[in-house]
Ligand binder design. Structure first.
Ligand code: MF3
Ligand code: CO
Length: 290
């Protein structure tokens, strides 16, 4: 980062002089960096104008998930969910972010039971009574990205699986409570992990959350197996996902060698995930997408 003059325009695009805008903010970050912490750089701190555009993308993402929630039912195949996502997104002027992303073939991820994430929709994959499914929707609107996922319980779901689904939702909510400026991502990560562990579950280690907004996956990479006070500093203007994958059995996962995408638990026990997108604000946080 080149040093900017105190009377130069601020890097944030406000048009104000640096000394009247983000100078103090940058000094505070530099101090924390000197204490040995990982800190965000300017590229991942969103401006108010960018946040407005990201909000619009989130509105579409939420509407798409609402549409899925209305229509999902036992007997439906996951290709039909893909069609709902594609059609709702494009009708609203968006593009499904997963489509062709690193070669991914569909518009949405549909992950059933032991599938941890990145399940590929297919006509052969039919929702049965007792299944739990994660539908992970990501949208691009005017070049701005949004990303969130929900769980759905199909018909008569066992008490055991229902509890898993409910607990992961609580994990996300407890993690969210830790999101505030000048705290650390590890504060959130530990809150998520503690609650999962207290319920006898394990948290996936190698797949996590991410910064999002100007791209699908930005820095920071967000872990849910961290400790309070560790990992990256949170500052106003950062946007990232909270999306822990919580397993009933082992934390270990395997990726399907044939399709290159589908991740399942190593012991084939169920896994659940909820994903929200959160903005760090001056006062605390704001959920942008859920
Ligand atoms: N939506 C996933 C996430 O939460 C990413 C899916 S990548 C895809 O980060 F290509 F599989 F869609
Ligand atoms: Co995500």
């Amino acid at each position: 980062m080149s040093k900017i003059g105190r009377n130069d325009p601020c890097w944030c695009g406000s048009g104000k002089k640096y000394k009247k805008c983000h100078e103090e903010f940058d000094e505070r970050i530099a101090l924390i960096k000197n204490q040995g912490h990982l800190v965000p750089d300017h590229s991942i701190i969103k401006t108010p104008a960018q946040i407005e555009m990201i909000r619009k993308s989130c509105q579409v993402n939420i509407a798409v998930l609402d549409r899925v929630a209305e229509q999902i039912r036992v007997g439906m195949n996951t290709e039909e969910i893909d069609r709902i996502v594609y059609e709702t997104t494009t009708k609203m002027g968006g593009i499904p972010a997963p489509l062709h992303y690193q070669g991914y073939p569909k518009s949405v991820c549909t992950s059933i039971n032991e599938v941890v994430c990145h399940g590929i929709p297919s006509e052969e994959m039919i929702l049965r009574d007792g299944d739990i499914i994660n539908v992970d929707v990501s949208t691009i609107v005017d070049g701005y990205f949004s990303d969130s996922s929900r769980m759905f319980c199909m018909g008569e779901v066992s008490e055991e699986k229902r509890k898993l689904v409910q607990t992961v939702k609580e994990c996300v909510e407890l993690g969210l409570q830790q999101v505030k400026p000048w705290g650390f991502l590890g504060d959130m990560g530990q809150a998520v992990n503690d609650h999962a562990k207290a319920n006898g579950y394990s948290v996936v280690r190698e797949i996590g959350g991410h910064g999002v907004g100007l791209a699908f996956h930005e820095d920071p990479w967000v872990s849910y197996v961290t400790k309070a006070g560790e990992d990256m500093l949170m500052v106003p203007g950062m946007i990232f996902t909270i999306e822990p994958m919580v397993n009933m059995g082992t934390h270990r996962v395997v990726c399907d060698k044939t399709d290159g995408w589908t991740v399942t638990t190593a012991d084939k026990k169920p896994s659940a995930q909820w994903e929200i997108m959160v903005l760090v604000t001056e006062e605390g946080h704001e959920v942008l997408c859920y």
